[in-house]
Write a protein of this length. Structure first.
Length: 232
């Protein structure tokens, strides 16, 4: 579970807290600089201005901002147990754009990718980061699969892709507790129920156990959605 900054402050030593302070300041500075650039570019035309000096945030427009380097070394400075939380805070402080999120995911280790996936729903990305979720769901890394089926997937995966994500969890042994809004999205889903029955039949025919989670999901999928009330 991701920890808040307040919680981290009680668990990190003085050196790690100082490192985190500096990292978050760099991330916030980058977010402010990008916001100012956007404001300037969308401002009404006026008298000619001198072009902005490149590197105002310490980087060129084509280089990774300093906080992205901090992201990669979070485990070294704050400890592996806190790395997910620290990386998530960095992404949020930077209001990480799709370019940064994609770069950190594609170039990162499994742990760095996991932190991206865990934070997507807290960034202003709409559905643009779905390719990262889809990539994670193609892997057999249970850490990535579990992170990929969180709130962002629940909000943005279409029904077909979401059903296959549920099957992916069952296939790889990821508990369905990891699937955000499972009860809401699975309830009354006849196609999901068919897929689950087929999967159970294949497991049985192969002499393999049927996961208990499958039966839970199947019960939901076979349950009719609640009828709307007059108040709703």
């Amino acid at each position: 579970m991701l920890k808040s900054r307040k919680k981290l402050d009680t668990e990190l030593d003085t050196t790690a807290r100082a490192w985190l302070d500096a990292a978050l300041a760099e991330a916030a500075h980058d977010a402010a600089a990008r916001a100012e650039t956007t404001r300037t570019e969308t401002a009404p035309a006026g008298p000619a201005r001198e072009p902005a000096q490149a590197g105002g945030t310490g980087t060129s427009p084509y280089a990774s901002p300093p906080w992205e380097l901090r992201y990669a070394t979070a485990g070294r400075h704050c400890g592996p147990a806190h790395a997910d939380s620290v990386r998530s805070l960095l992404l949020i402080a930077a209001r990480a754009p799709l370019s940064s999120v994609t770069r950190l995911y594609e170039q990162g280790t499994a742990a760095e990718r996991r932190a991206v996936l865990l934070t997507l729903h807290r960034l202003d990305l709409d559905a643009t980061a779905l390719p990262l979720v889809e990539d994670a769901l193609r892997t057999n890394d249970t850490r990535l699969v579990a992170a990929a089926v969180g709130p962002y997937a629940a909000a943005h995966l279409d029904p077909h892709a979401w059903r296959h994500a549920v099957l992916k969890c069952l296939f790889t042994g990821v508990p369905l507790d990891a699937v955000d809004r499972l009860g809401e999205r699975a309830r009354g889903d006849a196609e999901l129920a068919r897929m689950l029955r087929d999967f159970a039949a294949e497991r049985t025919a192969a002499g393999r156990d049927v996961p208990a989670d499958l039966r839970t999901a199947l019960t939901l999928a076979e349950t009719s959605p609640a009828a709307p009330t007059e108040e709703s």
